[in-house]
Design a protein around this ligand. Sequence first.
Ligand SMILES: [Zn+2]
Length: 398
Amino acid sequence: MLLRNYKYRIYPTGKQKIRLEKQFEVCKNLHNDLLEISKETYRCSGKSITSRKDLYQLTNILKESYRGHSQVIQNVADKLNKSYKAFYQRIKEKQKGKVGYPRFRKRINSITYPQNNGCFKFKNQRRLHITQIGSVPIELHRIPKGNPKTLTVKKTLSNKWFISFSCEIENKPVKHKYPENKVGIDLGLENFATLSDGTVIENQRFLKGSERKLKREHRKLSKKKKGSNNKNKQRVKLARDYETLTNQRLDFLHKLSYHLTQQYDFIAIENLGVSNMVKNHYLAKSISDTSWSVFTGMLTYKASSAGGELVEIDRFYSSSQICSDCGNKQDMPLSKRIYKCEKCGAKIPRDKNSAINILREGINTAGRVGIHACGDLTSTDQSASRVVEAGTIFDDSQ
Ligand SMILES: [Zn+2]
């Protein structure tokens, strides 16, 4: 069984919005109370209330004072349990600087119904009935496949409403269209990605413009008076701009991952690892960081539904330092854009060299024998590189 997520925009009426927001409020208060009690108990007795069972018990005791849907309320305990687990995990891994303890919440903007035992139901293609909320108008732009399991209702910072639910669908084995096609992908900052055949996938140009615009709007926000109506308006405007940028980005990633998984049966990519992603305030960098992990996620599920295979190789594998031609290893500072091998004299663009190494390592990792790659693995011909503009690569997609 596979889980697939679907997301739809909904248009709750005024009354429904009030009901939903009340549920958000209930969840927020419950979350904060559970956290408070759990913290206090630990402080006084050294006993921790962090396990799912303990949190459920506590919720049951508190439940009388919260008027909300029982499943939604239980899900608050589930989520807190998850953040405790993540917290302990971080301590275990001794991650520096981000061992954040679960936090009190100023607001909660979503609720989750963890099981579908009649608490939500499609009345028709235009309306979804949700218990205690009512029959909510929905834009069902595509029909979900499979059996809906969980439902989440969410309000974005730009005041739009969405629902998402996960469906269980059967995992049917599929044969890939091109079983011989293999590719290695090197993700980068200068270009979004470079493939092992030398194809360069550029970052989109609109990103730069959007970045400048966001900075401007951020500045405007900081100049507005605290708590004022204008500040609030500006906050919504900024949230909307972020949303646009995110949507453009996601669209690009969806199309690219679709194209690659349709074209290649075997894809090798670096495992970037979350802790590898340095937190920083450069927008471009942080966007590529999240883009990369989202992109890898998309590749994973799209590859499996196309009948292909995705292999993530160890992120400590030094793909940029090894000569893809002779295996020699040498220092490669970031400023060097061409790999000039000191041993065999090969000359090859840096990112292409990495991508070929990633593919080779991916094939090794997958325990496959025989290399029959999409690009010629032995070629060091620079002219083989071609630059593809984002947009032109998608001709045959979707
Ligand atoms: Zn060499």
